[in-house]
Design a protein around this ligand. Structure first.
Ligand SMILES: Nc1ncnc2c1ncn2[C@@H]1O[C@H](COP(=O)(O)OP(=O)(O)OP(=O)(O)O)[C@@H](O)[C@H]1O
Ligand SMILES: [Mg+2]
Length: 247
């Protein structure tokens, strides 16, 4: 048995006939940040949603703390300590900021994260807690989505495209929180199209290309050429703008 917190082996996931994830394996150890990068449609969201229990794989295993969770229902995975911040945030927009956090804390695991702790992390929130989510900016909504996942006191936080639709300065601010979250003992699996941003916070990088693993490694060991090749595929990489990683 490995000492991984999350251990994914030979995972294959189909949407109907389409193979979205093809024999993908990786592990996440405690206190680690692993970033999955990949272009549009590479299978990143499918992978995170499968770990959260929202898609059933065709084959492969997902172990959490040595227990196979592949058949476990989504809410039980949350109870075990796996929380997903979904792509597009999926907040309850007619509810207030605080009500959204309360939803995340419903039957939460015991741990360091309470709504008050989230308010310490995002110090602008207490004054805005009675506002409806639709009154918040995209970056603020992303922060609420992260806060909602944190109050469940996860061991593993799954973050799907934190940067989506946000201005670069806001993306930087959101990403600046990742080390703070890790410092509380949470391991983080990030999915990103924004390679530079995702790789900056990563201990390890895993690249998906059309559902398959195309590259894995430690950021310092990876060149921009390798990443472009793995991200776009051999043909498109020649035309692609150079990513800003490893320069
Ligand atoms: N519910 C679904 N039903 C059918 N096909 C789907 C479904 N969800 C995703 N797909 C398809 O599976 C493939 C992988 O999609 P997925 O959303 O996992 O990719 P992604 O890497 O998250 O892309 P993006 O960067 O655009 O979010 C794509 O071809 C997509 O069209
Ligand atoms: Mg996606």
């Amino acid at each position: 048995m490995s000492d991984a917190l999350l251990d994914v082996r030979g995972l294959t996931v189909h949407h109907g006939q389409l193979c979205a994830i093809d024999d993908v394996s990786f592990s996440l150890v405690e206190g680690e940040v692993l970033t999955m990068i990949g272009a549009n449609g590479a299978g990143k969201s499918t992978l995170l949603r499968t770990i959260a229990g929202l898609h059933q794989p065709t084959s492969g295993s997902i172990e959490f703390n040595g227990v196979d969770i592949v058949k476990m229902r989504p809410h039980r995975r949350v109870n075990l300590g796996i929380s997903l911040v979904p792509e597009g945030r999926r907040l309850f927009s007619s509810m207030t900021l605080e009500e959204n956090l309360q939803v995340g804390g419903y039957r939460a695991r015991k741990g360091a994260f309470t709504i008050d702790r989230v308010y310490e992390l995002f110090d602008w929130m207490p004054q805005r807690r009675k506002q409806h989510v639709w009154q918040l900016s995209g970056g603020e909504q992303q922060a609420v989505a992260i806060g909602r996942a944190l109050v469940a006191n996860p061991k593993v936080l799954l973050l799907d495209e934190l940067s989506l639709g946000l201005a670069p300065i806001i993306v930087e601010r959101i990403y600046a929180l990742v080390p703070e979250v890790v410092a509380t003992g949470v391991s983080v699996l990030i999915v990103e199209q924004d390679v530079a941003q995702g790789v900056t916070v990563a201990d390890r990088v895993h690249c998906l290309l059309e559902g398959r693993t195309s590259l894995t490694g430690v950021p310092a060991d990876l060149t921009s050429e390798q990443i472009d090749h793995a991200y776009f595929g051999a043909d498109l990489a020649k035309m692609a703008p150079r990513s800003e990683v490893g320069e």
